[in-house]
Design a protein around this ligand. Structure first.
Ligand code: HEM
Length: 350
């Protein structure tokens, strides 16, 4: 019985792989089990990692509940490819930014999917990549497109979030309690309107941050913790208009040289962002108006009982930052997403 179930699951995976258009449209697609050609396809598709029985069952459910959910086995193997990409190209920061910009369009006041925006893979379409806030993210898409092509049974929405969480973890950050199973939007007409992501230099930075992040259903603690992602990466004047063309920390790369980083070691995830933003002692390091607000706005740096819980605390206590960051990142990665199966799944179970 177990063998027959596994064979059925394999054939279904082969059918999904062989008929991406049917998968996209959600049409049912049946295979005659007696076809020798299909049996060969099934055997080839069966070669990658052998799943325990539980995994097979969930994969069947995911494939039948909605045709666009990701295959856990493919996602897990894709994660290894992402690690290799990170090792060879040092693209951690831009992958984090990609995941954040796909999710960060979410509007909690809109109930319908995908009109509510969020982590739904819409950022793969030109219509959204052309938004001013997304300048340069086409490079992130180009980097991970070969991985998407290699694993046809994963969604863009999951791949973006997997890439971002893997980049944080591989840069030395905390393990993010991620779940997967995000469904993709199907066309550019489902992209969110421009203007949902935060500006770096608004007239009242703290008010602006609250307006944008509260719309996503996030709170002050999450705003401050998530801003700590700027411990990674650089700003480039030719993309966002912010930052210096190069500094002593960026002129030799790694990766494409140039830009201005928030921290000296901008490929290492730690709490140095908060230390540097607090001190503002190095002209070669960037402080955006929205970064500075974290130490200027009273509620971002301390609670009402004057305990240092957010920015001040993160500058002193890396463990506290890592704990809050991991929770906030996972929450961000789920914003607006439609999951199949509805509860999502963790790669730790496979
Ligand atoms: C709080 C409001 C935020 C503002 C105003 C903001 C603004 C910016 C700007 C202007 C850049 C430079 C882009 C470029 O020139 O290429 C940038 C880069 C970056 N942002 Fe943010 N950001 C915010 C929040 C976040 C969040 C929540 C995350 C992730 C959780 C994030 C992750 C990054 C990363 C990793 C980079 C570096 C990208 C690279 O080096 O290619 N940012 N951000």
């Amino acid at each position: 019985m177990a063998e027959r179930l596994a064979a059925a699951a394999t054939l279904r995976a082969a059918a999904i792989t062989a008929a991406p258009s049917a998968r996209r449209t959600g049409r049912a697609f049946f295979l005659p089990s007696s076809s020798p050609a299909l049996a060969r396809v099934a055997l080839r598709a069966a070669a990658p990692p052998r799943l325990p029985q539980r995994a097979t069952t969930v994969r069947c459910m995911a494939a039948s509940a909605t045709a666009t959910a990701s295959d856990p086995a493919q996602l897990k193997t894709a994660r290894e490819d992402i690690k290799e990409l990170l090792r060879t190209t040092h693209c951690h920061p831009i992958l984090v930014r990609l995941g954040w910009h796909d999710a960060g369009t979410y509007d909690k006041n809109i109930k319908e999917w995908p009109q509510r925006g969020g982590a739904n893979g819409s950022l793969r379409f030109d219509a959204e990549l052309k938004h001013g806030a997304n300048a340069g993210l086409i490079n992130a898409l180009k980097l991970i497109q070969p991985i998407k092509d290699k694993y046809p049974s994963i969604t863009f929405a999951d791949l973006f979030q997997l890439a971002s969480a893997t980049a944080i973890e591989e840069a030395g950050g905390p393990k993010i309690p991620m779940k997967y199973g995000r469904v993709d939007v199907t066309g550019p007409e489902q992209c969110p309107p421009e203007g949902k992501l935060p500006d770096a230099g608004p007239s009242s930075p703290a008010d602006h941050l609250r307006e944008v992040f509260y719309r996503m259903g996030l709170d002050d603690k999450e705003i401050v913790a998530l801003s700590g992602a700027h411990t990674l990466g650089r700003s480039r004047p030719e993309r966002s208009g912010w930052g210096k063309p190069e500094t002593k920390y960026t002129k030799n790369g790694p990766g494409a040289p140039g830009g201005q980083s928030w921290t000296p070691e901008w490929l290492k995830f730690d709490n140095s962002y908060f230390k540097e933003i607090k001190e503002k002692r190095d002209q070669d390091l960037l402080v955006l108006p929205t970064d500075a607000a974290l130490f200027e706005d009273p509620a971002f740096k301390v609670t009402s009982d004057t305990q240092n819980v957010y920015a001040e605390k993160y500058a002193k206590d890396q463990d506290a930052f890592f704990k809050d960051y991991a929770e906030a990142h996972a929450k961000l990665s789920n914003l607006g997403a439609e999951f199949s199966p509805p509860q999502g799944f963790s790669l730790d179970d496979y």
